[in-house]
Ligand binder design. Structure first.
Ligand code: CU
Length: 260
């Protein structure tokens, strides 16, 4: 996925698995709707957000919009995009539109197909959520929606400034996930060049009760991915581990220029 500089793939993976952080990106065109159009546009990709690619193969097993215990289905349109800028190899992304039914906080989620990562000899499946607050009703963002792997925010996941601390609690099969790695990446729309590999993916860990926190350093969309154990899956007669992750995306707004 990146230049290996003469090291074997296994060696590279042992050195730095974090540099390979995969993320399902789930992004609405706005995180807050106060007026105007009642349509929210969403897109999803399976990629490496900070590095800007490559985009990888995936499908959608399940998805929806949750509000007050009610689930609305989403219908996705598949669009093939270059795996890397300018390459002939293609990977899918998906787009959908959702009409706001009533005011409140919508929790959008996607359950992708498990992806086999040959470099790590395992499957990766990332259940991903994003929140949209609509028409002034802010309640409900702190409620789980019953996903197999799920982050429940303790920081309200919309209306966030850069420099705010995002706090969440990770669950796997309904139980708090202790001592797990949390990978954090910026959706790099500004051409930010990390000074060294460890800057690509920020890493924190959950505590014994599944809590984690991270202070968002600059404005933009940020993804939080808690790594979990999803058992094993068979491929070509062999069993491989499944990394079952829970992801949340939040948008941080720039510090106002009056106070910079
Ligand atoms: Cu990849």
């Amino acid at each position: 996925m990146r230049k290996l500089l003469g090291l074997t793939v296994a060696g590279i993976v042992a050195l730095s698995s974090s540099a390979y952080a995969h993320f399902v990106v789930l992004k609405p065109n706005k995180d807050i709707v106060e007026g105007g159009s009642r349509i929210i546009h969403l897109e999803t990709k399976f990629t490496h957000p900070m590095e800007g690619g490559p985009n990888m193969e995936f499908g959608i097993v399940d998805s929806g919009a949750f509000i007050n215990g009610k689930k609305y289905k989403l219908k996705w349109k598949k669009i093939m995009i270059p795996a890397l800028k300018g390459s002939n190899k293609k990977a899918p992304m998906y787009k959908t539109s959702f009409k706001i039914k009533r005011p409140g906080v919508y929790q959008f989620y996607v359950v992708p197909t498990p992806y086999f990562e040959p470099a790590e000899e395992k499957f990766i499946q990332q259940i991903t959520k994003v929140y949209v607050e609509t028409f002034g009703l802010e309640d409900g963002w702190d409620e789980p929606i019953g996903l197999k792997a799920e982050i429940v925010p303790l920081t309200r996941p919309f209306g966030i400034w850069e420099g705010n601390t995002f706090r969440g609690r990770a669950y796997l099969n309904g139980k708090p996930l202790a001592n797990a790695e949390v990978e954090i990446e910026y959706l790099n729309t500004k051409g930010v060049k990390p000074p060294a590999d460890p800057f690509v993916t920020q890493v924190v860990k959950t505590d014994k009760d599944g809590y984690f926190e991270y202070t968002i350093p600059w404005a933009g969309w940020w993804g939080f991915s808690v790594l979990g154990d999803g058992g094993k899956l068979k491929k070509d007669g062999k069993y491989y581990p499944v990394e079952l992750d829970s992801i949340v995306w939040v948008k941080a707004y720039p510090k106002p220029k009056e106070v910079r």
